[in-house]
Design a protein around this ligand. Structure first.
Ligand code: HSE
Length: 434
């Protein structure tokens, strides 16, 4: 008779329900792959009676996810509760302490406590699978942790938040407002329960923190990440980008430089012809530069129940088959402490949109402040619709710079603000040239 691996799932939202469905639908094939039958035996969620489209009446019910994690009736624990602390942390800790491997989609939990949890897993000779925590259905963790073992990775970057990419794509394609697009994304189930995590760039940062650790063999340190969200992007930025041959994407970038590891999350101008610019809607992409293999770019659905559940099931199958890895690639004790490069030292091109008072000398003064700091401009365009017979009210001025450094751009713009020509804070996006 085939052996059984008994699975407990805590959290039965869209991902949890999809995991139950996939395990049932692919039961035979998964058993052949793993060499044992994957059977869900226990579940825990907030609401027992909610209709999830899957029958859970035969499964043992736990009001308390920690009790499920500790139950002697399960061999593997799946955490789909979400949240950095609270029940998710308590239940994952309890499962690892009870000698059970864990599968989780919870990037906030791992970005906050991943080092402690990975050490706990190692101490108990078990594993943590978190393929679903980064880029939904894209197998980015497996690629970085396993497939590229024979490489030195120099850079990992990508579009890591489906909600943001969906919003930016809808704004561009439909000319809709930011708020309308966010509402749509929430309705479609892409957004986190608190959408600030998505639009503020924090969800991307959590994922980037994990990718950085796997790419560079350094400890997880989300506090080292420079984070900006997409809240301030206007339709006018999107249109200006389009006219200049760019598209705006929220990127997470981690790069090994001669001055340390740079980790940043911010809206970025990418050339419309670039690979990342083609990644639209809820799709995510992860691009990895490595010495032996060159560049690999993976793209696919970054959010949504079925895609994320696909990654959960992949981890469950690996664990059931016994093909496990150290959770963070290297033993926790051998992860290095990274030297972090501060954002002020970032070098690259910049898109700057200024709302400038329309008076003689304004644009010349801006150009002077840039020139004083050796900032060379690729273009400077005063943008307004329709003819103006005389100066009246502020006008947008868009500058594109050649490569320069962040602190020089900041300094120049602070001076321009002090000169009194600006009507509002400058909008600044970095340009990423691939
Ligand atoms: N809210 C996340 C996103 C879900 O939009 O990408 C997947 O982590």
């Amino acid at each position: 008779m085939a052996q059984l691996i008994r699975i407990g799932i805590a959290g039965l939202g869209t991902v949890g329900a999809a995991v139950l469905r996939i395990l049932a639908e692919h039961s035979n094939q998964l058993e052949l792959r793993a060499g044992q039958k994957l059977v869900v035996t226990g579940v825990s969620a907030r609401n027992r009676t909610k209709d999830r489209g899957v029958d859970i009446s035969a499964l043992q019910w736990f009001d308390d996810p920690v009790a499920l994690a500790r139950s002697p009736d399960i061999d593997l624990f799946v955490e789909l509760i979400g949240g950095e602390n609270g029940p998710a942390l308590a239940a994952v800790t309890a499962a690892l302490q009870s000698g059970k491997s864990v599968v989780t989609a919870n990037k906030a939990l791992l970005a906050g406590h991943g080092m402690m949890l990975a050490a706990l897993a190692e101490a108990n000779n078990v594993c943590i699978g978190f393929e679903a925590a980064v880029a939904g259905g894209i197998p980015a963790i497996k690629v970085l942790r396993e497939a590229l073992a024979g490489n030195n990775i120099t850079r990992v970057s990508g579009i890591l938040n489906g909600t943001c990419n969906y919003i930016l794509s809808r704004m561009e394609n439909e000319g809709l407002s930011f708020a309308d697009c966010l509402r749509e994304a929430q309705k479609l189930g892409y957004a986190e329960s608190d959408p600030t995590f998505d639009i503020g760039g924090f969800d991307t940062a959590h994922k980037l923190a994990l990718l950085t650790t796997l790419a560079f063999g350094v400890g997880i340190d989300r506090d080292a990440i420079h984070i900006e969200g997409i809240e301030s992007i206007t339709l006018s930025d999107i249109r200006a980008a389009e006219e200049l041959g760019f598209r705006i994407k929220l990127l997470g970038v981690a790069e090994r430089t001669s001055r340390g590891i740079e980790q940043r999350v911010h809206p970025t101008m990418v050339a419309k012809s670039s690979t990342l610019a083609q990644v639209m809607g809820v799709l995510n992409a992860v691009s990895i530069d490595a010495d032996n293999v060159g560049r690999i770019t993976l793209s696919g659905p970054g959010a949504g129940g079925a895609a994320t559940a696909s990654s959960v099931v992949s981890d469950l199958t690996d664990l059931a088959a016994g093909t496990t890895q150290k959770p963070l690639g290297l033993p926790v004790a051998s992860l290095a402490t990274a030297v972090h490069m501060e954002m002020q030292r970032h070098e690259g091109g910049y898109y700057i949109r200024l709302n400038v008072q329309d008076r003689p000398g304004a644009v010349a003064a801006i150009a002077t402040r840039m020139a004083e700091r050796q900032i060379s401009m690729e273009s400077i365009v005063q943008r307004h619709s329709g003819p103006r017979l005389a100066a009246s009210g502020p006008v947008p001025v868009v500058l594109i710079t050649y490569a320069t450094s962040e602190n020089l751009v900041r300094e120049a713009l602070e001076q321009v603000e002090r000169d009194g020509f600006l009507d509002e804070k400058p909008q600044i996006f970095r340009i990423e040239r691939e």
